[in-house]
Design a protein around this ligand. Structure first.
Ligand code: FES
Ligand code: FES
Length: 176
């Protein structure tokens, strides 16, 4: 067994896992964070996408022990105080969700993009979600959702982006 100490959505976690446990198994089966989905299990579909130190990774291909000492963010970290993030709401408003199986992974890829490039081009958006397969909605509505979230966060309400990150920092520090 190996001890993994890491932060998930700003919460410290320490668990013991067999060496072959994947990050996806750790998140879903041990921590019960079932928002992250398992599709193919071999790195092809992107349904299991989470952020590892801010970078999107397919959790089915990452060993749990590789997360030791690092920060992981999952779809459960998007909402704050029961309120959907602007990015989640944009997916709903654009009709970018049908069965929803791909949506957590799509949103995590989009989150990584908007963090590093708050005002991305459509080409950047398409590139960012290239590893996330959707079998029912198609991609135009997803691209529109990310574009709309970008506009809301950077143009119409720039403070939202800062507030969003400040709220995460406050949750991490335990101070308002
Ligand atoms: Fe990980 Fe498909 S379940 S990429
Ligand atoms: Fe069903 Fe994308 S909404 S797979």
């Amino acid at each position: 067994m190996h001890t993994v100490s890491f932060r998930v959505n700003s919460e410290p976690q320490t668990v013991s896992v067999p060496a072959a446990t994947t990050l996806l198994e750790l998140l879903r089966d041990r921590l019960h964070l079932t928002g992250t989905k398992e599709g193919c299990g071999v790195g092809e579909c992107g349904a299991c996408t989470v952020l590892l130190d801010g970078a999107p990774v397919t959790a089915c291909l990452v060993l749990a022990v590789e997360a030791d000492g690092h920060d992981v963010r999952t779809i459960e970290g998007e909402a704050t105080g029961g309120e959907l993030s602007a990015l989640q709401q944009a997916f709903i408003d654009a009709g970018a969700i049908q069965c929803g199986f791909c949506t957590p992974g799509m949103i995590m890829s989009a989150r990584a993009l908007l963090t590093r490039s708050p005002n991305p081009s459509d080409e950047e958006i398409i590139e960012a979600i290239a590893g996330n397969l959707c079998r029912c909605t198609g991609y135009e509505a997803v691209v529109a959702a990310i574009r709309n979230a970008s506009r809301q966060l950077t143009r119409e309400a720039p403070a939202l982006l800062a507030d969003d990150e400040q709220t995460k920092a406050e949750k991490a520090s335990g101070e308002p």
